[in-house]
Structures are given as structure tokens and as C-alpha cells.
Write a protein of this length. Structure first.
Lengths: 122, 325
């Protein structure tokens, strides 16, 4: 099932509801970068609240989406990583690199609203 | 009601120790106690039975004079109870039947000793004292010395069966106590406290091992979610020793919290600890550290937009000295 991408002002929200195959993730990445151009979005929020597994490929793809959209002029925030998922990722040495993370949608939008210079400094 | 509780506890312990007909059979084989012994014991039973009270007195008199049994002897109720069980024990010792019932009875007595923290070696000495008297009687009960010695050996086998059970129970009791205490320590030392809206504090005190680090991380991550925390101040003033492992645990916790959108500020790294970390070559580049807890909290407040004023002061408190290494 492909992930719906919602537009809210100049922010794109992609909420992943079911576990995605590697192909589906790549499609999501393509569609997002595509849509950033079309909608002139300034921010992307990827919601993973419903996921109880984030493997190395998913992590890498999320990182890719973030870097890709950065190049297209939008910042990405990953939202809703579950405690157990976060712990497992750290144990497995998976790293989201410079990708911003936030607890929930509220925080993500607040993060995107901060001036770009300040953001990511923490 | 109380005795019901005790009986349940005995059963639980028996289960924990795996005391069933088969394991007791194994124990009997270990000490070489067989049907021949039961027969011999049955033969001199009548000599022992009328004097069980006397033997029990002997045992408790010995304890009364022993150094390590003072606390035990002072507790009148316990001694009375133990004495009753002891008489029961002595009767059972010459009954010739050493099955589950017998083992359960040993267990009851051993738990009583354990509760009263009677020292094992004092108990051993008293038991040895008792055995000498009983063995003598068993010896003299035989028509000739050779048979008397056999009698004595049979009694000794029963005694060693007893000792095996008693020691196992006493050790098991102590282990249970240790496990309970460990759990209590674990529970106590990983509190996650909320000091302001969206600001949590995690004081770490004492040793961190892998298990505890894991619990700590789990507690923290769930607390971040439950309290919607934005900043966490992790205070390690109470951590006296840090090694590579502990440092890695700290880093992992920080990374996991970051994945959930929270920032972790580490405070209270003492000069020794920081020097150790530098010497170990642990890369703490990803860590935001501030000297003391106060500074950490001030910085955290600033990050989530609080400004704290003294009631009398006109200007806000000076900003905390913060640094990142």
C-alpha cells in the first residue's frame, strides 16, 4: 500500500501506516522529492508512529529522503519513532545522521517553523 | 492463617528447589541411605524415642552457649517453635521413612533457622553435638560393637541427608534475599523525574552494568514519550566509575532519545571521570555536557523557552555557562 502524502500549507506530511517493502520506500522517496518540486513545499514530515520496526534499509532511505529534499529546498523531520524502535536502532548502530527528529506532529511543525539557521544546531 | 502462609511458602520453596520423590531418591542415593539402613534404624528406634526431648534440649543448650546463635536464642517464640520442630525431626529421623514429607519438614526447620539468621557453622556444630549423643545411644543399642558401628553409620547417613537439605535451603533463602535486594536497588535507582513541562531529569547513582543501562534507557525513552519531553537532563554526579562500556551506554541512550526528538544534556561528569574518558579515548563528540546539575537545568530551561527570575531581581539570572565538547 503506497503512503498517502498530504499537503498542509507548505509542509508535506507522509504518514507511514503499514510496514513498507524496500520498493515501496523507494517509491515514497521518489514521490516526495517530486512533490516538493510541484508544491514548492518548505518542509517534509515523515510519520513513523505506526511502525514497530525500522531496519537498516528504511533508515538509509529516510536519510536519503532528508538529504534529497534538502537539495530541493525542504527540511525533513522524522516523527514518532517508538521507544523500543529507537532503542533497537541504537543497539544495531543505525543512525539517522543529521535528520531532524521530533516526538509528534506538533513538535515537527514547530521544528520546521524555526529559522533554518537555528534548526539542527542541537 | 499465618501457618497457612508459611505452608504455602514452604511448598513454593520446595518447588523452586525441585524437591520431589525422585530428587529425594537421588539425595538418598548420594549419601548411600538404603532399605538396610531403615531396617537397622527400626531396630534401635525404641532406644532413641523415649529420649528425644533430652536430645532436643542438648541441641538447644549447645546453641544457647554458642557465640553465633545469640540473636536466635533471644527470640523465645522462634526457639519454642524450633524446639517443637526439632523433636518432630528426631522422631522422624528414626522413623525409617525418608520421603517428601520428611524433606518438607527439614525445609520448615531450615527456613526457620534462615529467618532467625542462625549461622550455618553454629548449626553444624550443634547438630554434630546432637549426633554424637544419639550415635552413642545407637551404638550401645547393638549387642556387639561391629553392629553398633553399623547402627552409627546408618544414623550418620540420615544426618548427612538432613545436612544436605538444610544447607541447600539456607543457601536458597540467602540467594532469594540477595535477588530481592538487587531488584529493590534496581527499582529505586532509575527514577525519571519531570521538573518542568517537557523537561525531564534522570539522576543516575551507583554502578551501571549492562542490565541496568538497558533498564535505564528503556525507562527514559518511555518517559520521554509519556511526558512529551523535549529536553532531558541526565545527571551522573553519583556515578563514581566510568569505563568504555558505561560511556557507550550513555551515548546510546543519548542517541535513542535524539531519535525520539529529545535533547539530552549530561551533567555532573567529575574531573576524574572526564579524565578517564579522555584517556580511554571515548568519543563523546555527540554529547552535550554541562558541569553541574544546576547549569544543566538552567540550559535546559533556556532551550524550551523558560526564563527564571529571582523575586527581587530586576534582570534575569545570568545565562548558564554552557559548552559542548
Amino acid at each position: 500500500m503506497s503512503v498517502p502524502i498530504l499537503r498542509h500549507g507548505n509542509v508535506l506530511v507522509a504518514s507511514i501506516q503499514v510496514a513498507q517493502t524496500d520498493d515501496e520506500l523507494l517509491q515514497l522517496s521518489d514521490r516526495l522529492t517530486d512533490m516538493i518540486g510541484k508544491t514548492r513545499a518548505r518542509g517534509v514530515v515523515i510519520d513513523v508512529t505506526a511502525l514497530d520496526v525500522l531496519d537498516s534499509f528504511a533508515t538509509r532511505t529516510l536519510r536519503g529522503i532528508a538529504y534529497g529534499s534538502r537539495l530541493r529546498g525542504a527540511r525533513t523531520v522524522v516523527v514518532g519513532i517508538q521507544p523500543d524502535v529507537a532503542f533497537a536502532m541504537v543497539q544495531l548502530g543505525l543512525d539517522l545522521g543529521a535528520v531532524s527528529t521530533a516526538l509528534d506532529l506538533d513538535d515537527a511543525v514547530a521544528e520546521l517553523d524555526r529559522p533554518a539557521k537555528e534548526a539542527g544546531s542541537r | 492463617m499465618a501457618s497457612d502462609l508459611v505452608a504455602t511458602a514452604d511448598k513454593a520453596l520446595a518447588q523452586e528447589m525441585g524437591l520431589d520423590e525422585r530428587s529425594i531418591e537421588r539425595r538418598r542415593r548420594l549419601v548411600g541411605l538404603g532399605p538396610d539402613d531403615s531396617k537397622r534404624i527400626a531396630a534401635f528406634r525404641e532406644v532413641i524415642l523415649p529420649r528425644v526431648d533430652e536430645y532436643a534440649t542438648l541441641f538447644f543448650n549447645f546453641l544457647a552457649e554458642a557465640e553465633g546463635a545469640r540473636d536466635f536464642m533471644r527470640n523465645r517464640d522462634l526457639v519454642e517453635q524450633a524446639r517443637r520442630l526439632k523433636v518432630e525431626h528426631l522422631v522422624a529421623m528414626v522413623s525409617g521413612d525418608y520421603g517428601v514429607e520428611y524433606a518438607l519438614q527439614r525445609l520448615r526447620l531450615a527456613r526457620l533457622y534462615g529467618r532467625a539468621s542462625l549461622e550455618e557453622r553454629v548449626f553444624m556444630a550443634a547438630f554434630n553435638h546432637l549426633l554424637r549423643a544419639m550415635g552413642g545411644a545407637a551404638f550401645r543399642a547393638a549387642p556387639e560393637p561391629e553392629l553398633g558401628f553399623e547402627n552409627f553409620l546408618s544414623l550418620q547417613k540420615v544426618a548427612f541427608l538432613d545436612l544436605g537439605l538444610m544447607v541447600d535451603v539456607m543457601v536458597a533463602e540467602r540467594e532469594r534475599l540477595i535477588i530481592r535486594q538487587q531488584e529493590a536497588i534496581r527499582e529505586l535507582t532509575t527514577p525519571v523525574l519531570q521538573i518542568r513541562d517537557r523537561l525531564l531529569m534522570l539522576p543516575i547513582i551507583g554502578m551501571i552494568d549492562t542490565h541496568r543501562a538497558r533498564l535505564l534507557t528503556e525507562h527514559l525513552l518511555h518517559a520521554i514519550r509519556a511526558n512529551r519531553a523535549k529536553v532531558v537532563v541526565m545527571d551522573v554526579t553519583g556515578v563514581l566509575a566510568v569505563d568504555t562500556k558505561v560511556a557507550n551506554h550513555l551515548l546510546q541512550t543519548v542517541a535513542a532519545a535524539r531519535l525520539m526528538g529529545a535533547t539530552v544534556i549530561v551533567t555532573g561528569l567529575s574531573s576524574e571521570v572526564s579524565m578517564t574518558l579522555v584517556n580511554l579515548g571515548v568519543d563523546l563528540a555527540g554529547l552535550q555536557t554541562i558541569g553541574d546539575l544546576q547549569g544543566g537545568i538552567e540550559e535546559a530551561e533556556r532551550m524550551i523557552g523558560y526564563e527564571v527570575f529571582h523575586r527581587d531581581a530586576r534582570s534575569p539570572a545570568p545565562p548558564a555557562l554552557s559548552r559542548s565538547i
